[in-house]
Design a protein around this ligand. Structure first.
Ligand code: TXA
Ligand code: MG
Length: 350
């Protein structure tokens, strides 16, 4: 099977193609579509066979639950057992948007969609194309990121085509996504809300709205025996084919160390790549360095991260050295993904 690719923009929707996409989903097929975070691989969330197809297409373990996407507020109640007061407050503030909430599920949601769990992840994306497709499909679309399991999440339709072009029926090309990192996941199945995956909406923003919110212990202590609660967060992920190491410390020392490491690798005849920022890129050898964005506009770093990692896969680069990006608001989310991509390989300099 070769996926049909249809192009449209949020301001110029192709409603005929969306209707066809909705029909494919209703019949149990798969359609990839843009959201404001990353591209999703959609299937009918209430159809167990469609969920099984999603796992197969991605090569994803079927104990790793899917996010159910909705496009109207009143579609939430039927799929959950209850909505805690704090979840209502978050929904009002951040939906539609890059927020996923874990809530106790109702019987309407099959175990296949939730990887056997009694809870369900729900998200109401703000992307217009996503919203129209979800409505055309009947209201509930299960969608993980539309990459092959283990690869960086797709931020363009071309990325989706590379990974899944032969495995699904349709890809809706809505251009490059806005945010570039997956949604923030907040778990409401315990007394205090817990962030299972950081994203555009930061812990501080959530605490400002709700008061007490915690970070999943398995995320903070990534190397310890504490397991992350979101099953997907335990896998090596977002990883480029080359070896990636993060060099961390004061800017001067980082630039010096990366230059040394690159020179060493070059001396061994090994191709290296360097991930820097607009502020530092001129201090590395031209041809080896790519800028991921500007530290003054942290959104640009989030926006380019997966694209930069994917681009290295197209080159002969064998080792990559990256600066660390602990930016004020999205730093937590950016570094969570970068550390996973690096398999937590950090070189500390002083
Ligand atoms: O931005 C996003 O969230 C994108 C777009 C397409 O919406 N989707 C996405 O889905 O990133 P996926 O499947 O790649 O990541 C979902 C994460 C996984 O780590 C999974 O383990 C976790 O959510 N998850 C889903 N349901 C869960 C549940 N009931 N309990 C705990 N974790 C859950
Ligand atoms: Mg994913």
């Amino acid at each position: 099977m070769k996926a049909e690719v249809v192009s449209m923009t949020a301001d110029n929707l192709d409603m005929e193609a969306i209707r066809r996409g909705g029909d494919i989903l209703k019949q149990g097929g798969l359609v990839a579509f843009p959201t404001e975070t990353v591209y999703g691989l959609g299937g009918d969330a209430l159809n167990p066979q469609a969920s099984m197809k999603i796992y197969a297409a991605k090569g994803r373990p079927s104990d790793n639950p899917l996010i159910v996407h909705i496009a109207e507020f009143d579609k939430l109640a039927p799929i959950v057992a209850e909505v805690p007061e704090k979840a209502k407050i978050l929904a009002e503030k951040y939906w539609p948007g890059p927020l996923t909430m874990i809530l106790p599920k109702s019987d309407l949601v099959p175990q296949e969609t939730t990887g056997g769990l009694d809870s369900v992840a729900v998200r109401f994306p703000s992307d217009r194309i996503a919203q129209e497709l979800i409505k055309a499909a009947g209201g509930y679309v299960a969608a993980p990121s539309a990459n092959t399991s283990g690869r960086p999440s797709p931020t363009t339709a071309q990325h989706v085509e590379e990974d899944l072009g032969e495995a699904i029926e349709m890809i809706i090309d809505g251009g490059q996504v806005g945010i570039g990192l997956e949604s923030t996941i907040v778990d409401f199945t315990e007394d205090v809300p817990v962030v299972l995956r950081p994203g555009y909406i930061s812990l501080e923003m959530l605490q400002e709205t709700l008061g007490d919110v915690r970070m999943d212990k398995g995320l903070i202590a990534a190397d310890s025996k504490v397991r992350p609660k979101a099953p997907g967060m335990k896998y090596r992920h977002y990883a480029p084919k080359a070896d990636l190491a993060i060099v961390e410390g004061p800017e001067e020392a980082v630039v010096k160390k990366i230059n040394e490491l690159a020179a060493e690798a070059k001396a061994h005849g090994e191709q290296v790549g360097i991930i820097a920022t607009d502020e530092t890129k001129d201090r590395y050898p031209e041809g080896l360095v790519v800028s991921i964005g500007s530290r003054k506009e942290e959104e640009t770093i989030a926006h380019h991260l997966y694209e930069v990692l994917r681009d290295f896969d197209q080159s002969a680069v064998r080792s990559i050295y990256s600066e660390a990006f602990y930016t004020p608001r999205m730093g937590q989310a950016i570094m969570n993904r970068l550390l996973k991509a690096a398999g937590h390989k950090i070189i500390q300099v002083v």
